[in-house]
Design a protein around this ligand. Structure first.
Ligand SMILES: [Zn+2]
Length: 321
């Protein structure tokens, strides 16, 4: 029922948005201040009272409900379309009660017929191998993304990426887990909240080789616009994991901006750059973390942190003593 309620909220919201988004200008006094009367479906100029628009369509339900029971009884629509469900949440369910539309009991022959229909409805729901693959994959997606605490918007993006990969037959010969992990990894990058490849591998127990293979496969055959992850994208995440105060994170971001200006970030692993900047910032702000701690969090080697740190301090003239 949560899905149903959210559907209503969604339509309400879009209606209000569309009304306020349409910039009304009064044709009589050119005032832009309008009053939107949603109960009458009118847009009225607040200055002179001219009705600018009427008969606007109410997208909400035409019934009212005062209790949860009433709401449930009157609800006639399903939840919103959801790409993270294999059937987008658009299923047909043949009810269990053997009654017709007016509530009368069905005759025995009719009951047998409905029983068979119900059985085949369940069987054909996931009949093709693609559908079966998708059903398994979407279950995996839900499991992995809650394990990695990935927000819903990113889940949805990765579901769309996976569907595209499936349609292009890229999943042939690859494991479902690997392909799902790859689409999650790419979706995180699309939303500019990148996760290190290694972190995903550790959490869901696939090899780095398998995951990067799937990622490359998707990148090669799907026309995705994926921004290069910037070191700045990692600072907040690593900083939080290291329990760094806000000023240290801010300092690290400032250092990275300077480094970018000095063209130090070109061709360098963004995780390593972020790690080095965090190291410098942690010293400068007096909340020092060791190179080892930072390297572990960023999943790079200590040597990388040390090398990037040296370059950074030298080229940007930062004194850490
Ligand atoms: Zn007016």
């Amino acid at each position: 029922m949560i899905g149903l309620a959210s559907k209503q909220l969604k339509t309400r919201k879009t209606k209000e948005q569309s009304l306020s988004a349409a910039n009304y200008v009064c044709s009589a006094c050119s005032s832009t201040e309008v009053f939107i009367d949603s109960t009458r479906g009118e847009v009225i100029c607040s200055n002179c009272g001219l009705v600018l628009s009427d008969h606007s369509i109410d997208m909400g339900p035409e019934w009212r409900a005062f209790t949860a029971d009433e709401q449930n009884a009157r609800q006639r629509v399903g939840g919103p379309v959801d790409w993270t469900k294999f059937d987008q949440g658009l299923t047909t369910i043949i009810g269990r009660q053997n009654v017709d539309a007016s509530g009368r009991k069905l005759s025995s022959t009719r009951r047998a017929q409905i029983h068979r229909l119900r059985k085949w409805q369940i069987r054909t729901k996931v009949h093709s191998s693609d559908k079966r693959n998708l059903a398994v994959a979407m279950t995996e997606l839900h499991r992995i993304s809650s394990q990695l605490s990935i927000p819903y918007s990113i889940r949805e993006t990765s579901a769309v990426i996976y569907r595209k990969a499936l349609r292009k037959r890229l999943t042939r010969g690859r494991t479902i887990l690997g392909m799902i992990a790859a689409s999650l990894y790419l979706a995180c990058r699309v939303h500019t909240v990148p996760r290190p490849l290694e972190e995903i591998c550790d959490q869901i127990h696939i090899t780095r080789k398998e995951l990067s293979l799937c990622v490359r496969l998707i990148l090669r055959y799907l026309n995705l616009k994926i921004p290069h992850s910037s070191p700045v994208d990692f600072v907040h995440r690593f900083g939080t994991e290291l329990n760094l105060p806000g000023d240290a994170k801010k300092k690290a971001i400032d250092i990275l901006h300077d480094a970018k200006r000095e063209r130090l970030t070109i061709g360098k692993d963004p995780k390593g750059m972020a790690a080095a900047a965090i190291y410098v910032a942690s010293i400068l702000t007096g909340s020092r973390r060791t190179q080892l701690e930072i390297a572990k969090t960023a999943r790079v080697t200590e040597v990388t942190v040390r090398n990037r740190y040296k370059e950074m301090v030298e080229k940007l003239n930062i004194s850490t003593t």
